[in-house]
Design a protein. Structure first.
Length: 426
């Protein structure tokens, strides 16, 4: 059964499990990246055979494969994918921002341009589950930003195929090219380029410990979105909450993987006990019951707080990826929540809405990084370039001030570069 404790007896830093990469993973990934950098496609074929159990003749997904996947995917699911994509687009369209120009002073023009990143790489996990939702969430903001090309990598099944739902989502999202390669080798291919896989400017998307470590190691050569850790949900619920609902919401995260963290903080001992019983009752009915059970046993917690305000203070201290606020008037508390990746308000807003359908992005900061970072957004796919113009008269007026600043810092060359333009010269 899940552990039940008083909140006051628990170290805040221990409430959600924070993952770190091991030295073994780091060394393995470094070797893979170097292999791909030197060997290109031939190394990708070798690693795909070793890790995915399939020897491919071509890692490029053809248009026919995408056509066939679209035709064989359940039409009802295609409809749901399309509606979800529409909602995601509508939400992220609101995030677009424009550049600006300031020319209030005579002879001076200052400005900022917002420029799309040219080529983006999206990693979509495979393995134990296929995630078409990740395809939509990670590519639609890039399309809205105006990126010229979106490249997707995802590991193939043992027969060399890609899950039809993944390819159908890619078509709906408008992804340009898709490659059958996963793991750290896929990240390396995106960062350095191979004969088939083009080098990108930014890599986004979740993955296992090897993918996360590879993103970390190639950062600087390319940009990345974040280093994603295991999934987290923190549910704050009062005594009026339905224990079956709360348990189901916790298990929706626990089923992701054994390292996922599902935590409840409540001011009601009665609810705490009821949720614990519900979790035990619901686990056997899950398709991924073994994974969910392991996650709950290892990382799950139910904590009893003095009141909801204490629960919110704790949430702010640990900055969870997902935060559910199951109370009568959640908007009363919203302003008090300072650190969370995504907040789900009220008793009828399970976190799964955000994973698939509501519109806000599901690629979120984990491991406490919500204290200083953001959900994936259109901003992740643009860069900002500033510019400055001074007329001769404007420079002449500013030159003594700039020179004084530069000379005060001991940078006489800086000062000279300004004054040389304003001195009377014969």
């Amino acid at each position: 059964m899940i552990k039940i404790m008083r909140l006051s007896d628990v170290n805040t830093e221990d409430i959600l499990i924070r993952s770190t990469s091991s030295d073994d993973v780091s060394a393995t990934v470094a070797a893979i990246i170097e292999d791909v950098r030197k060997g290109g496609d031939s190394v990708l074929f070798e690693y795909t055979k070793r890790f995915d159990g399939v020897l491919l003749e071509d890692i490029t997904v053809s248009e026919k494969e995408i056509d066939d996947a679209f035709k064989t995917t359940d039409p009802e699911f295609i409809s749901v994918l399309s509606e979800a994509a529409k909602r995601i687009r509508a939400y992220h369209e609101k995030q677009k921002c424009d550049g600006f120009v300031i020319d209030d002073e005579k002879g001076i023009t200052l400005g900022q341009r917002v420029i799309p990143i040219e080529r983006v790489g999206i990693y979509v996990p495979g393995g134990t589950a296929a995630y078409p939702s990740t395809v939509l969430m990670d590519s639609i903001p890039a399309k809205i930003a105006g990126c010229k090309e979106i490249v997707m990598v995802t590991p193939p099944a043992s027969d060399g195929s890609i899950a039809p739902a993944i390819l159908a989502a890619a078509r709906i999202a408008g992804i340009d090219r898709i490659f059958k390669v996963g793991g750290a080798q896929a990240i390396a291919a995106l960062a350095y380029g191979t004969e088939s896989v083009p080098k990108v400017d930014k890599i986004v998307g979740p993955g296992n410990a090897y993918v996360a470590e590879a993103k970390k190691q190639v950062f600087g050569r390319v940009s990345i979105d974040m280093i994603a850790g295991p999934s987290e949900v923190l549910v704050i619920a009062d005594g009026k909450s339905n224990p079956a609902y709360v348990a189901a919401d916790m298990l929706s995260q626990a089923e992701h993987d054994r390292m996922a963290s599902a935590v409840l903080i409540t001011d009601s001992p009665e609810l705490a006990n009821s949720v614990a019983l519900e979790i035990d009752a619901q686990i056997p009915g899950l398709a991924r019951a073994e994974i969910a059970s392991s996650s709950i046993e290892t990382n799950g917690k139910i904590l009893i707080a003095d009141d909801i305000n204490e629960a919110i203070e704790t949430a702010n201290a640990i900055a969870p990826e997902h935060l559910e606020l199951c109370v009568d008037d959640p908007f009363e508390y919203l302003e008090k929540i300072k650190h969370a990746g995504s907040v789900f308000l009220g008793r009828n807003c399970p976190e799964a809405l955000g994973d698939y359908f509501a519109g806000p992005n599901h690629t979120l900061p984990t491991g406490g990084t919500a204290r200083f970072s953001n959900p994936l957004s259109v901003d992740d796919f643009v860069k900002k370039m500033q510019y400055t113009y001074y007329s001769p008269d404007a420079l002449k007026e500013a030159a003594p001030k700039v020179a004084l600043f530069a000379n005060t810092e001991g940078l006489t060359g800086h000062a000279k570069s300004v004054t040389i333009r304003t001195e009377d010269r014969k």
